[in-house]
Design a binder for this molecule. Structure first.
Ligand code: CA
Length: 437
């Protein structure tokens, strides 16, 4: 099965010159979607597509009426403050709009003059959440993260016996998900030091981030109907960067027996752009399960999932302290990893989530879980990098951290590279911890 089509051709160039600059996140092969408006304006938010350093305003494109058939239906649906209707239309519509946009933005396109007025500089816009996220489920798909965190919380029993059989997840909270630029007060709650008799109440002392991908569901499923692994990716509209902020001291005290609660639900931040599953086709890779590990049960197994179910999405995380901002110093890189290390694929997550008949609604989001790689330096959280707060993490400017301090801004980036294809990027997700209220 080939997922590659003419929209992925490395030779395509755009009449928007910034899209052709090597290394930029948004060449014509990417075409991700967001909800945007001019910064500081009272305009309605509406759908936009990133191209170079510009946003293509889908309200203008829809009104121009230059597309036809289901591509025109799709762009009309995407001209809305939230993209749920467009996302719910399914793969044929997503793909038709992507092809129409690719053709319209290519060098020599006859539609150039009609679209020149549809461009707004990314520097001049602000973003909303790209869709209404009705429900959000966070998975735990990096076995390296699960093992490292498990060994800190349960040294004698780091990886629980279900991990290698079940794509583990919990139902998160959608109301506190914000778009990049989000800031929030340090959460307060109950914590209990190991040597204390009783818990105490106050601001979390072990504030952390989690380097994750967000996965947006497009077409949903009826309550009671499962999505087979063969059909799973037809339901996945696209991916974003996702910071699942975590208060580790709250987590350690509350997480048993029912899992994460107040340690996670005070804020979670997504990047504004959704990179579509179709745009990610060139960066697919084989998924395999170590022969010494249990192999997936039949409902989580398919040849396609083995051949191309994983995605090589590279990610890194940087920290910008208050001092760095004051000094005009560059943020300090903390780690780098890839989603290709995931123990479970997106298709397996989608299939497992619905195997009991649970229904997805367009715009629902899955978190991938913290994407730590096999090496310690590839850890996707400070809990792991500081070995549970035992070691200091040295920053570029000489500062040190074990966990986040007030004023710290966390920046995550993502990108994909593959031989014979252009590099595409996710932009970034940024968020800042403020002092407790
Ligand atoms: Ca998480």
């Amino acid at each position: 099965m080939s997922f590659i089509n003419e929209t992925h051709d490395i030779n395509l160039k755009s009449w928007i010159s910034s899209a052709n600059v090597a290394g930029n996140d948004f060449p014509i092969q990417n075409l991700p979607f967001a909800s945007f408006r001019r910064k500081g304006s009272s305009e309605e938010f509406r759908g936009g597509v990133a191209i170079g350093d510009q946003v293509l305003d889908l309200a203008v494109v829809a009104d121009a009426g230059i597309f036809s058939g289901i591509a025109q239906e799709a762009v009309i649906a995407a001209n809305a403050p939230a993209l749920n209707e467009f996302m719910g239309m399914g793969k044929a519509h997503w793909s038709a709009l992507r092809l129409a946009l690719s053709k319209a933005l290519r060098e020599g396109s006859e539609q150039q003059s009609a679209l020149e007025s549809a461009l707004v500089a990314q520097d001049d816009v602000e973003y909303a959440l790209p869709c209404h996220i009705g429900d959000y489920t966070d998975f735990y798909t990096s076995i390296y993260h699960a093992t490292a965190v498990g060994s800190l919380f349960r040294p004698d029993n780091p990886l629980l016996p279900n991990y290698k059989w079940v794509p583990i997840g919990y139902h998160g909270r959608a109301s506190s998900i914000g778009v990049s630029g989000q800031s929030f007060p340090r959460p307060k709650g109950q914590t209990k030091a190991p040597d204390a008799d009783v818990p105490s109440f106050g601001p979390a002392k072990r504030m952390d981030y989690e380097l994750e991908l967000g996965i947006y569901l497009g077409k949903g499923n009826e309550l009671g109907d499962a999505i087979s692994i063969e059909d799973a990716e037809d339901h996945v509209f696209g991916f974003c960067l996702f910071n699942d902020w975590s208060a580790r001291d709250l987590q350690a005290w509350e997480y048993q027996p029912l899992g994460p609660f107040l340690a996670k639900n005070f804020a979670s931040t997504v990047s504004p752009w959704i990179v579509t599953t179709e745009a990610l086709a060139p960066y697919r890779t084989q998924w395999h399960r170590d022969e010494n590990d249990p192999q997936p049960l039949d409902y989580l197994e398919s040849s396609h999932n083995r051949e191309a179910g994983a995605f090589d999405i590279q990610m890194d995380v940087l920290l910008e302290s208050e001092k760095m901002r004051a000094d005009g110093a560059a943020p300090s890189k903390l780690s780098e990893s890839s989603f290709k290390h995931s123990y479970w694929t997106v298709a397996q997550m989608v299939t497992h989530h619905t195997v009991n008949g649970c229904n997805f609604i367009p715009g629902d989001m899955l978190g991938s879980g913290t994407q730590s790689g096999p090496e310690h330096e590839e850890a996707g959280s400070m809990l792991e990098l500081s070995r549970g707060g035992k070691e200091s993490i040295k920053l570029n400017n000489g500062e040190e951290r074990k966990f986040l301090e007030d004023g710290d801004k966390v920046i995550m980036r993502g990108w994909c590279e593959a031989n014979g294809f252009n590099r595409i990027g996710f932009g970034r997700v940024e968020g800042t911890v403020l002092p407790a209220k």
